[in-house]
Design a protein around this ligand. Structure first.
Ligand code: IDP
Ligand code: MG
Length: 152
């Protein structure tokens, strides 16, 4: 297993439905560590950069409107195989197809309101974390001493 970081977004529907605590709880209960956390009012520019890979898709316009419609919670999670662990905790892209017990399976019905984003690869995770966070906003967790490293 490889120690990885992943970028998680609680999308506007998750924030509006007051599911922030429930959603973060799913990841925490699983054992992933929060190493970055903030509420962000998403600009059109940030949304377009984040979803640049989907620029040619028919749902791109609605997707940008959705992600900029109210604040999102941006989170960096760290843990062994964090990318896959988080994706499996989130569930399939279409909530209707997501397994019960996953965030999307338990809270959603519509692909256009699927509550959470999670990076899909280590490489994309690194780029997304760089896009959403400054280095100074992240902390490190040392598993050897089971404690935080807080560099001032
Ligand atoms: P993912 O979030 O599970 O990685 P992606 O295929 O990367 O799924 O799509 C990014 C986001 O775009 C989805 O989470 C969802 O919000 C939106 N999306 C994907 N496919 C559709 C669609 O067919 N209609 C509307 N929105 C979609
Ligand atoms: Mg994706």
């Amino acid at each position: 297993m490889e120690l990885q970081r992943t970028l998680i977004l609680i999308k506007p529907d998750g924030v509006e439905r007051q599911l922030i605590g429930s959603i973060i709880g799913r990841f925490e209960q699983r054992g992933l560590k929060v190493v970055g956390l903030k509420l962000v009012a998403v600009s059109d520019e940030l949304a377009r950069k984040h979803y640049a890979v989907h620029a040619d898709k028919p749902f791109f316009g609605p997707l940008i409107a959705y992600i900029t419609s109210s604040p999102v919670v941006a989170i960096v999670l760290e843990g062994p195989d964090a990318i896959l662990a988080a994706r499996n905790t989130i569930g399939a892209t279409k909530p209707i197809e997501a397994a019960m017990g996953t965030i999307r399976g338990d809270y959603g019905m519509m692909v256009g309101r699927n509550l959470v984003h999670g990076s899909d690869s280590v490489e994309n995770g690194k780029a997304e974390i760089e896009l959403w966070f400054n280095e100074s906003e992240l902390v490190s967790y040392d598993r050897a001493i089971d404690g935080w490293i807080l560099e001032k």
